[in-house]
Design a protein around this ligand. Structure first.
Ligand SMILES: Nc1ncnc2c1ncn2[C@@H]1O[C@H](COP(=O)(O)OP(=O)(O)OP(=O)(O)O)[C@@H](O)[C@H]1O
Length: 336
């Protein structure tokens, strides 16, 4: 297994009485693309600042490439690239000039700076814009220039804070493809913060789900569904002509069923046909045959039965829709 390049243990940071990061423990391995996923204010940026030595923890420990960022921020900065959500460039300078400046600031010779800058501009698909002023770049181009800017010092880890914010869908795909390719080709470790689920899902090897400064769960999609949806890893929807209380009770007693509810029909794409009722049945094993038998035995007509596994989007939506009480229950479970 690849070595651990970021090791966070029981990390805590408060602003006044507000805990922005609350006993966070997390390990990231070399070459991984790890997604920090969570709503605004979840503590992602605060965590990133502490990883870079730009903010001091109140408690716990951080180790980045064997270094404590609070004590050795300069060495960490040399080996870790950081792309904030909005990079500052000299707007009147060309993309190439901006990159060369960063290279020089990192102690790279003029000749090498020119070569590396041109190579990177090509790599991020900006060769044709190399001599255009950064002020005239689109948001997507600026982010790609930002990526080149971060890579110029040949870091081992790059940390990207909401890199796709404000970019159009095509630009997002290009940027994510670029990040993925870089990680795979060069063994670069990528830490990417986002509240855009499908983007994180698209390229991340593992995801950490943040809420209120705490890491509720981490892992690949499968692990997340197991941890966050222990009771109902699968959802079966049944479309019936009617659903009385007796049917709901019968379904609830089928082995493997953990929840039964009548769908609200608030999602257009899933709205049942008029005069039909859609039941959402949370199950921990596929008990479709027994569900079908129970519906038919009740005298109701069964129009359809569908089984699906949760995607990250759904985990996120369901999880956060669950509210505080559910959240704390689940976080305890996740912590086990
Ligand atoms: N410098 C600060 N002073 C006081 N409170 C802060 C400061 N920075 C962050 N916070 C608070 O700490 C909490 C975590 O913020 P943080 O920016 O880390 O979250 P985030 O997950 O990165 O969200 P966002 O995507 O909105 O930046 C929030 O409640 C925020 O208001």
């Amino acid at each position: 297994m690849a070595e651990t390049v970021i090791d966070i243990q029981q990390l805590t940071k408060s602003y006044g009485t507000h805990k922005a990061v609350d006993h966070l423990s997390l390990q990231i391995r070399r070459g991984e693309i790890f997604g920090l996923l969570g709503p605004n204010g979840a503590g992602k940026s605060t965590t990133i600042l502490m990883l870079l030595g730009l903010s001091e923890p109140d408690g716990g420990s951080i180790n980045v490439l064997g270094l404590d960022p609070t004590r050795r921020p300069i060495e960490v900065k040399r080996r870790v690239g950081y792309l904030p959500d909005d990079v500052g460039f000299y707007e009147d300078w060309t993309g190439l000039e901006n990159l060369k400046l960063t290279a020089r600031l990192n102690g790279i010779s003029d000749k090498e700076a020119e070569d590396r800058s041109l190579d990177l501009l090509k790599e991020v698909g900006l060769q044709d814009a190399a001599h255009k002023k950064a002020g005239n770049y689109s948001r997507g181009m600026r982010q790609r220039l930002g990526l080149a800017d971060v890579l110029i010092k040949r870091p081992e880890i790059i940390i990207l804070d909401e890199p796709t914010l404000g970019i159009d869908p095509k630009g997002i795909d290009e940027l994510l493809g670029l990040i993925h390719g870089l990680s795979r080709d060069q063994g670069l470790t990528v830490l990417l913060s986002s509240h855009q689920l499908h983007q994180v899902q698209q390229i991340c090897d593992r995801v950490g789900l943040f809420v209120s400064g705490r890491l509720l769960a981490e892992g690949n999609l499968e692990t997340l569904s197991r941890v966050l949806l222990t009771d109902t890893p699968l959802l079966i929807t049944a479309e019936v002509d009617r659903a009385d209380d007796a049917l709901l009770t019968d379904l609830q007693s089928v082995e493997g069923v953990s929840s039964v509810r009548i769908a609200s029909g608030d999602q257009d794409s899933m709205r049942p046909v008029e005069d039909r009722t859609r039941l959402e049945i949370g199950v921990n094993a596929d008990c479709s045959p027994e569900i079908a038998r129970t519906v038919v035995a009740s005298g109701a007509a069964l129009y359809g039965l569908q089984r699906k596994e949760y995607g990250l989007d759904e985990i996120y939506r369901r999880y956060f829709a669950g509210g505080e009480e559910l959240g704390s229950k689940r976080s305890k479970r996740a912590a086990k």
